[in-house]
Design a protein around this ligand. Structure first.
Ligand code: SAH
Length: 244
């Protein structure tokens, strides 16, 4: 899995990818993250990548020429999915992250200023991806988030596949609460059931806690087909609430 990031601020990526899971994945050869300076694809003395928008508005937009040149050069002969980071794109979610993890190569184009010339959107890129309904000053932080979220789905990157499976959203609900030592911290005790050694009981308790949280914070996630066990536990939670 290779990411090619096109940016006018290549130095922004050095520290974020110098540690953690992405770094380990790169060291293990499971992923590659290459960063390319868009200005290397300009031909003028000022290495200009932007220009004033037609129609007379404030601000600047990315010119088509350097961006087309960069993407075409990187695309070369090997197939790649070309993505523009944009608040107008499809919102990143686990399904999209997993889908991208299955691509051998993804080119991420980071916009700046007022955005990019629309011909880039119409004729060059395959899709636009947004990281949420807010506007950033540039696509770089969004690219970092995409690489990070996708890395967790690349085979072998996250040590135990299990942890990805029960993380929030993976099964259409939020994750269950976790505890570690000490058993008693300033009078706050770890729930007794976790010491029982009874894995079926622990499993059911975790599912119940996950469903309680999901119901309280993200009930929208439960608008899906529930398993019989989930349905039974949700019923139990609702009955307990009524009693209170
Ligand atoms: N005028 C544009 C926003 C430009 S912001 C509009 O309103 O649609 C400058 C750049 O930041 C964009 O080109 C994009 O690459 C990046 N960006 C801003 N918000 C983003 C978001 N929510 N998700 C992904 N990229 C974003």
């Amino acid at each position: 899995m290779i990411f090619d990031i096109i940016t006018i601020f290549p130095e922004m990526f050095a520290s974020v990818f110098s540690g953690g899971v992405v770094r380990r994945a790169v060291d293990k050869g499971l992923m590659e993250v290459r960063v390319h300076d868009l200005r290397d694809y300009t031909h003028d003395r000022h290495r200009q990548v932007d220009d004033r928008p037609f129609g007379g508005l404030e601000g600047m937009v990315f010119k088509p020429e350097p961006v087309f040149r960069a993407v075409e050069a990187l695309r070369g002969s090997a197939p790649a999915r070309v993505v523009l980071l944009s608040p107008q794109g499809r919102k990143l979610d686990p399904r999209l992250a997993e889908d991208l993890a299955g691509c051998p190569r993804v080119i991420l184009l980071c916009g700046r200023y007022e955005g990019v010339d629309e011909r880039i959107v119409e004729s060059l890129i395959d899709e636009e991806i947004s990281i949420g309904d807010y506007v950033l000053t540039g696509g770089e932080p969004a690219a970092v988030i995409v690489v990070d979220a996708v890395s967790r789905f690349v085979q072998g990157v996250v040590g135990r596949e299990e942890s990805v499976r029960h993380d929030s959203f993976a099964e259409g609900r939020l994750d269950f609460p976790q505890y570690t030592r000490p058993r008693d911290f300033r009078g706050m005790k770890v729930p007794q059931v976790l010491f029982s050694g009874d894995h079926a009981r622990i499993g059911r308790w975790r599912l119940k806690k996950a469903l309680e949280k999901t119901l309280a914070r993200r009930p929208d996630l439960l608008d899906r087909i529930l398993t019989p066990e989930e349905r039974e536990i949700l019923e139990e939670i609702r009955n307990e609430r009524k009693e209170q």
